[in-house]
Design a protein around this ligand. Structure first.
Ligand code: EPU
Length: 420
C-alpha cells in the first residue's frame, strides 16, 4: 500500500500552478460522444479519474491520443457500442454522464450503477427525471441503469434539488433533442458553464449556463475539428489557498479564475488571512493564528462542500470554537476522526461538526477517507509537529495531479513511499 510520509511543521511559501478541473474534464470527456469527429482537449488534468474515463471511451470505440501530459485528442467517429463495461463504470461516480451522452448519440445507454467516494447516499433520481422528461424510459435493475428512447424530444425540466450531475446530464441529453429544453433550478458551478462552453464550441446552442435557468435549443449535429481548454480547477486552487492559511504561509496561486473563488476568499479574510487577486493569479498569506468561523456548505456560489475538509483543518487549529454545517453530503465528516488522531478536538454530529481549535496538531498514521479528505489530511500533516503517514492514496490520485510534487515545490517535506 503506497503512503505519503510528511515531516511537518512547514510554512508553505512559493508558487503553485493549478491544473484543469477534474469535475469539468470528467464531464467533457463523455460529452465528446455527442460529436461525430475529432476534438482536442487542452489543460486536461492528468489524474486517475481522467485515465479511467479515457479507457471507458476506448471500449465504446473512441480513439484517444495523448499529445502531451495535459493534452489529448478524442476521435468519436467509430463509436460502436452503447454499453459501457459495468465493472469500470461502477468504479466511479461520473460514469453517470455516459447515460446522457450515449442517449443523445445512440438513443440507448447501459451503465453500471455509479460508485465513487463514500459520501453517503448518492441518489440519481433527478438524472432519471430529466431523461424521462425528454422521452426516455429508464430501468434500474441488476446493478445497471438502462435508458432508451425512440427519439429525444425537448421539454421543461424542473430540478427538485440543485444537482451538478443532473444538470449536466440534462444538458447532454437535450443538446441533440428536437426543440428547446428548459432546465429550471439548475446548478451553477463553474464546470457546468465549462461543459456548456465546450458543447457550444462544437456547435450546440446552450444559453444561460451559470444561472439557474438553462435553455438548450436542440441542434441536428455537433462538429469536431475544434480545440477546447478545460477551465482551471476551482477546488484545487481553494485547496492551496487553505493550505497557505493553515501553514501561516505565503503562496502565489497561478492559473485560476479568481471569480470562482470568492466564497473561499471571503472566509479566509474573515478568519484573518489575506488574499490579493491579480488577473489569473492569487496571492494568499496569513501571519497569525486563524480565528474561528462558522461555515455552511452550499451549491455554487456558496462555500463548496469539496473544500469543507480543507477548511476543517484550518478551523481545527483556529483560535476559538467553530461550527461547520455540511448541507450536501451526509458522510463528509469522516476525516474528522483522522484529524482527532492528530490532536484535533472535533465533535461531529450528523450534518454538523464542532471544531474546538487547538494550538497544534501532531503527526500520526492517518487514512484518506475520500478524495477531499485526503487533500485535507496532507495539509494537516504539513502543519503538524512530527511525522505523518497518509494512506489510501488512490482516493487522492483520483482528483489531484502531482499533488506531492506541487506541495514539495512550495516547501513541504513529503515523500511517496511505494509498498507492495
Ligand atoms: N442528489 C439527489 N438526487 C439526484 C442527484 C443529487 O438527491 O438525482 C443530491 C445528492 O445526494 C446531494 C445533492 O443532491 O445531496 C447534490 O449532489 P450533486 O448531484 O450536485 O452532486 P454530484 O453531481 O454527484 C458533484 C461532484 C462532487 C461535488 C458535488 C457537489 C462530480 C463528478 N462530482 O457530484 O465532487 O461534491 O457535485 O458540488 O462532479 C469531489 O470532487 O470530491 C466530489 C465529490
Amino acid at each position: 500500500m503506497d503512503k505519503l510520509v510528511i515531516t511537518g511543521g512547514t510554512r508553505l511559501v512559493g508558487e503553485v500552478t493549478i491544473s484543469g478541473a477534474k469535475n469539468a474534464a470528467i464531464a467533457i470527456l463523455p460529452a465528446t460522444l455527442l460529436i461525430n469527429g475529432v476534438c482536442t482537449l487542452e489543460n486536461v488534468p492528468n489524474i486517475s479519474d481522467v485515465k479511467i474515463y479515457c479507457e471507458i471511451l476506448q471500449t465504446l470505440g473512441a480513439k484517444i491520443t495523448w499529445l502531451s501530459e495535459n493534452e489529448l485528442t478524442v476521435d468519436t467517429r467509430d463509436i460502436n457500442c452503447m454499453q459501457a463495461p459495468l465493472d469500470m463504470t461502477s468504479k466511479f461516480r461520473a460514469s453517470y454522464y455516459l447515460l446522457g451522452a450515449l442517449l443523445g448519440r445512440c438513443k440507448e445507454a447501459v451503465v453500471g450503477i455509479p460508485g465513487g467516494c463514500n459520501l453517503g447516499a448518492r441518489p440519481i433520481d433527478q438524472h432519471i427525471k430529466a431523461f424521462e422528461a425528454l422521452g426516455a424510459t429508464v430501468d434500474v435493475s441488476q446493478g445497471k441503469i438502462t435508458a432508451k428512447c425512440e427519439k429525444l424530444k425537448a421539454n421543461s425540466i424542473y430540478m427538485d434539488i440543485v444537482s451538478v450531475g443532473a444538470t449536466i446530464n440534462a444538458i447532454l441529453a437535450s443538446v441533440l433533442a428536437e426543440g428547446t429544453t428548459i432546465i429550471d433550478n439548475a446548478a451553477k458551478e463553474p464546470h457546468i458553464v465549462d461543459v456548456a462552453n465546450f458543447l457550444n464550441t462544437m456547435g450546440a446552442d446552450i444559453r444561460g449556463a451559470g444561472t439557474d435557468v438553462i435553455k438548450v435549443n436542440g441542434v441536428e449535429s455537433l462538429h469536431g475539428n475544434t480545440t477546447y481548454s478545460v477551465v482551471p480547477d476551482q477546488i484545487e486552487a481553494g485547496t492551496f489557498m487553505l493550505a497557505a492559511v493553515a501553514s501561516k504561509g505565503d503562496l502565489i496561486i497561478r492559473n485560476c479564475i479568481t471569480k470562482h473563488l470568492e466564497s473561499i476568499t471571503a472566509k479566509i479574510i474573515e478568519i484573518g488571512g489575506n488574499v490579493d487577486a491579480n488577473g489569473d493569479k492569487l496571492r494568499v498569506w496569513c501571519d497569525q493564528r486563524p480565528s474561528k468561523a462558522n461555515i455552511k456548505t452550499l451549491p455554487y456560489p456558496g462555500f463548496p462542500t469539496d473544500l469543507q475538509p480543507q477548511m476543517g483543518v484550518v478551523l481545527s487549529i483556529a483560535n476559538g470554537t467553530s461550527i461547520i454545517n455540511e448541507s450536501i453530503w451526509e458522510s463528509r465528516f469522516q476525516y474528522t476522526g483522522e484529524l482527532n488522531k492528530m490532536g484535533a478536538k472535533i465533535t461531529p454530529n450528523g450534518k454538523t461538526a464542532v471544531f474546538e481549535g487547538v494550538e497544534k496538531l501532531t503527526g500520526a498514521p492517518i487514512y484518506a477517507t475520500d478524495l477531499r479528505a485526503g487533500a485535507a489530511l496532507i495539509i494537516a500533516g504539513i502543519i503538524a509537529e512530527g511525522t505523518t503517514e497518509v494512506y489510501n492514496l488512490e482516493h487522492i490520485d483520483r482528483g489531484y495531479e502531482n499533488i506531492e510534487e506541487k506541495f514539495r515545490k512550495i516547501g513541504a517535506n513529503i515523500q511517496r513511499i511505494k509498498e507492495n
